[in-house]
Ligand binder design. Structure first.
Ligand code: HEC
Length: 142
């Protein structure tokens, strides 16, 4: 009985340890002591700026710079959302950061198709991202 409990505890600890090591993106892993260095306010300042820039490009961008710009802005937003995950303890907070990250990555992927990109799809993804911003703000922005 005691042995089984010890075994279970070991497994749980090992899982927590692994999950802190596993990160997304090109198979890179974060070191266990990786911590965000910016305040949430500063992160949000960045999210606001990149979100506006992305919107401008979606609405008014032209030529090949539009696709490259949209992809880069969306990827930066995905990364900001990614690190924001570590600022929340609550499940809903973390879920919104992850959804925002995944939607932004989808948008970046679509934008990279250039002329073949689905523009309505891009607009739809942008709206879905915006809904995550609002959902979290309604609950957590004081
Ligand atoms: C998971 C939660 C969460 C998500 C998702 C989120 N935010 Fe925020 N945001 C916050 C919190 C918390 C604050 C309040 C930060 C503070 O005042 O320190 C905030 C504040 C802001 C502010 C005001 C910053 C300031 O200067 O006071 C802006 C702008 C902002 N967010 C933009 C965005 C945009 C754009 C998105 C979506 C692309 C977004 N946020 C998504 C949590 C979130």
């Amino acid at each position: 009985m005691v042995r089984r409990m010890a075994m279970t505890t070991c497994l749980v600890v090992a899982c927590i340890w692994c999950s802190t090591l596993v990160a997304r993106g090109d198979g890179k892993t974060a070191s266990a002591d990786f911590k965000p260095v910016a305040s949430v306010g500063a992160l949000m300042h960045g999210q606001g700026a990149h979100f506006s820039a992305l919107k401008e490009l979606i609405l008014y961008g032209e030529g090949p710079d539009r696709a490259l710009g949209m992809a880069a802005e969306a990827e930066v937003l995905a990364e900001l959302a990614n690190v924001n995950t570590l600022h929340g303890e609550k499940e809903d907070y973390r879920a919104w950061t992850k959804e925002l990250r995944d939607l932004a990555l989808q948008l970046a992927g679509e934008a990279k198709k250039g002329d073949k990109a689905d523009n309505d799809g891009i607009r739809e993804l942008f709206k879905k991202m915006s809904a995550r911003c609002s959902a979290c703000h309604d609950r957590y922005q004081k």
